[in-house]
Design a protein around this ligand. Sequence first.
Ligand code: NAP
Length: 502
Amino acid sequence: MRIAVTPSPTTTVHDAIVVGAGFGGMGAAIALQRLGLDDVVILEREDDLGGTWHVNRYPGLAVDIPSATYSYSFAPNPHWSRMYAPGAELKQYCDDVADRFALRRLMRFGTTVETATWDDVAGTWTVTVRDGEPLRAGMLLTATGFLSQPKLPDIDGIEDFAGTVVHTARWDDSVDLRGRRAAVIGTGATAVQLVPEIAPLLAELTVFQRTAIWVTPKLDGPVPRALRAVYARVPATQRLARGIGSAVLEAIMVTGVLRYRQLGIFNRLAAATARRHLRRQVHDPATRAALTPDYSFGCKRPTFSNTYFPTFNRPNVHLETTPIERVEAGAVVTSDGRRHEIDTLVLATGFDLWDANFPAFRIVGREGRDLGAWWREQRFQAYEGVAVPGFPNFFSLNSPYSYSGLSYFTTIESQMKHITRLVTAMRRRGATRFEVSDEANAAFLARMRANLGDTVFTLGSCATSRSYYFNQHGEAVLLRPTSTINAFREAGRFPIDDYVLT
Ligand code: NAP
């Protein structure tokens, strides 16, 4: 990794640099624009905006949070075709929002950030990019996503495979799957969407499962045209639908996961619902048993589907739970010595959060503090999930304890509120620098750690879940262990003196 290049003294100092042109980065840019910060640059590694919804285009891609809720509250879309919109509609929505808020002109695509370094004398961030001039800005915001570094499995011989290999986050539309003998490695939320879509096309499909996933029924369906017309004409009706969706998600999260100590019964009910769903949908008892998770509901992200389980009733689909030993040119070999001959290998193996991400590139703050090293040595932490001591004028939007609730938009909008409150207070006080105090950060961390004590992550049986909610130290620090109501309220009320403003 290159160390920050010193920019020329004439390099423009932008108001802010936002890294990432997904929903999070776009939300941050909208908040900054509303604050009157016009000189904002959005740097994006990919060749278009949309983050996850641009990158992921595997068959079956859809949102699994109701669309009326999975969208900005201030930019409702009355045109969602289904209760859970397909991926292409999400991408279209990203484009529409970018147009509506004139964000495209701020974006620079194909720009991979390598480092960001705070210059304490100038009071600016210097950002270096691959194959480009360094940039400077008074403020840095990272919105690089949680699930943005695809993980390739560390399996012996995988590089020797002679057929087609595709990771779900790098889907190749030109691959014709018809008649192929394929393997899917992984059974996370992505595989749950993908497997039912590709199974009917394939001659044979073997799904390699290491850890079973909890799957509950998906209350999905088309949104009738008449209802869409009502949403368009009377936006309050869609706000009501959004409110109901948010309330249900909040109830699931709070009762099933966060207040496990007090309300564990709801967690058990959710698990029972998923088990019943499985019983109804899979005929073979051995397959059913193999598909039943052996860890508490909520330890790892559950998902919703009506089509995943029935796929295992198909004669051309096999579930394989024997561990993979190696991959050869034309086969996956399991530890019992069996060769599973295939010509296509689909890696639904998810993303690297805790090694390749957090942060997604090198960030060096005051006195040379390296964010990645500091997080790993001192614990993963971020005040209100957005600010880190030693890093002035920096909002880290994909941080430990930042993801609140189930719909990402509750997190995004809380963060927009936090940014707005802080920048407004800075202006009022004539300050140009902010940095969260050590005390406020420590108090927030202590509170989150105490709250974690009530959650399924601490009290449930999570040891076998292999959940990305847990970091390399076994701490479940990805999700904010409070209600979204608490997160949203605090974003608008946190004591300004939790920050040192100068
Ligand atoms: P994931 O949940 O991390 O699942 C990855 C799968 O690959 C797991 O089953 C994992 O097994 C398996 N795996 C990884 N390395 C392996 C290896 N070396 N050998 C065998 N198996 C291996 O990833 P994902 O399915 O892409 O989903 C990631 C997240 O994206 C979801 O949790 C969700 O938040 C989001 N998502 C959302 C939607 C939506 O509709 N909104 C759709 C798709 C994804 P282990 O569990 O044993 O490690």
